[in-house]
Design a protein around this ligand. Sequence first.
Ligand SMILES: Cc1cc2nc3c(=O)[nH]c(=O)nc-3n(C[C@H](O)[C@H](O)[C@H](O)COP(=O)(O)OP(=O)(O)OC[C@H]3O[C@@H](n4cnc5c(N)ncnc54)[C@H](O)[C@@H]3O)c2cc1C
Length: 479
Amino acid sequence: MRVAIAGAGLAGLSCAKYLTDAGHTPIVLESRDVLGGLVAAWKDSDGDWYETGLHAFFGAYPNMLQLLKELGIEDRLQWKDHTLIFNQPDKPGTLSRFDVPDIPSPFNVIASILRNKDMLTWEQKIRFAIGLLPAVVRGQKYVEDMDKYSFLEWLKRQGVDERVTSDVFIAACKALTFINPDEVSATILLTALNRFLQERYGSKIAFLDGSPTERLCSPIVDYITERGGEVRLNAPLKEILLNADGTVKGYLIRGLNGAEDEVFMADSYVSAISVDPLKVILPKPWKLMEFFQKLEGLEGVPVINLHLWFDRKLTEIDHLLFSRSPLLSVYADMSNTCREYANPNRSMLELVLAPAKDWIAKSDEEIVAATIAELEKLFPNHFGGDNPATLLKSHVVKTPRSVYKATPGSQQYRPAQVTPIANFYLAGSYTMQRYLGSMEGAVLSGKLTAQAISEALPVANSSNLQTLTRPPATNAATA
Ligand SMILES: Cc1cc2nc3c(=O)[nH]c(=O)nc-3n(C[C@H](O)[C@H](O)[C@H](O)COP(=O)(O)OP(=O)(O)OC[C@H]3O[C@@H](n4cnc5c(N)ncnc54)[C@H](O)[C@@H]3O)c2cc1C
């Protein structure tokens, strides 16, 4: 069966990969001239890569890890020491580590928290552990119910004092969702904490060994095309054409550079485009349906990714760092962490600026200047003194609408992959799956969509999707 998939982000590509395995012929139609959506990357005129986002992979990403294995490229992940590293703003240039020992979970994470002496007092640690108990004992149902609270409200209800928020969780919220604890749904942090507590290597971090476009997306495209599928760039979905019964008749693809629009017909149709553009192109009759009306409750959150090349090495740390800066979220010296970006003499810092709503409209120069000012606190030895590091060049990538904004109450608006339209499906990290707006969530959503299509349109003699790595669903919403 031919399946048309709009969007070549990780969700669309994963959906196509698993449809291929099920014996279908996917045709992916991507509006831009680059693969990957939010993981897209470009090479500049010097041959240096710059990316939409600094991307960290976690041990708690079973579907992503399985996908890499199936593609034979799992060695492209460069695993780092099992630790989480935070800057200490009140002691510029110093770091605080949560080193996770190699013992079974949850004792490994608990030991890392107990052994950290810089960031939390004993009383705070005990209060937080007690506060977390219901999430651990009552599981995902409790975690989903907590979507009515912001993470800050939840902490207060559990009697955890504000310093825990400022010390640890502002950094975690900004890293996971690009917003602060007073805005983010408690479900998000509790879900992540639960995964980290339940899986021995859940919080272990890896970086890809090069650009996601070339090292992750291209092998998926090769896999699909070698088996008869297709991935077309510069093919924007302009309109969803309907039959008289409201099902999809075809995808109208906008002709670029004076070319005529094209009607693309298939047996089944998937939208793997982000939720904001999807809302715009939904056919009018569908907009009256409750299922699609709920999408109005979802909206992409702004974020900015910076790349700064310096004339010297600023650090030897080969890991992700939580800046705990009001302006920045996480950062890494990619000249240490990523094989293809390696440079023994010069640093390339990749930094995420979040929350970005007050910065997204500012000029690149203003954004870079504000970031350099923050670097004085992160690397005091290299900035502000007699011989400050020189910025050689920079790239700023702004994404006004990235992953869905995970505010309290937003879980109820996340749609299932199966829609009320018989031949139309959704994929994307914003759709309902338990890995939130992440690469793992995108890959899992694509897999779930492929599975649903294969169930509706079985193909004789196909290898089916028995390889699904789906955590047991605790309720329909988390399937
Ligand atoms: C700065 C940043 C840092 C991040 N860090 C991490 C991290 O460390 N770890 C992690 O797990 N996740 C991270 N993420 C989140 C992760 O990148 C996303 O959750 C994931 O890539 C989303 O994939 P997707 O396929 O659901 O959506 P998208 O990547 O948004 O893909 C949608 C695709 O649809 C295309 N499209 C849009 N409109 C049309 C149209 N009309 N016709 C055809 N195609 C269309 C788009 O061009 C795009 O290619 C980060 C994201 C950002 C922005």
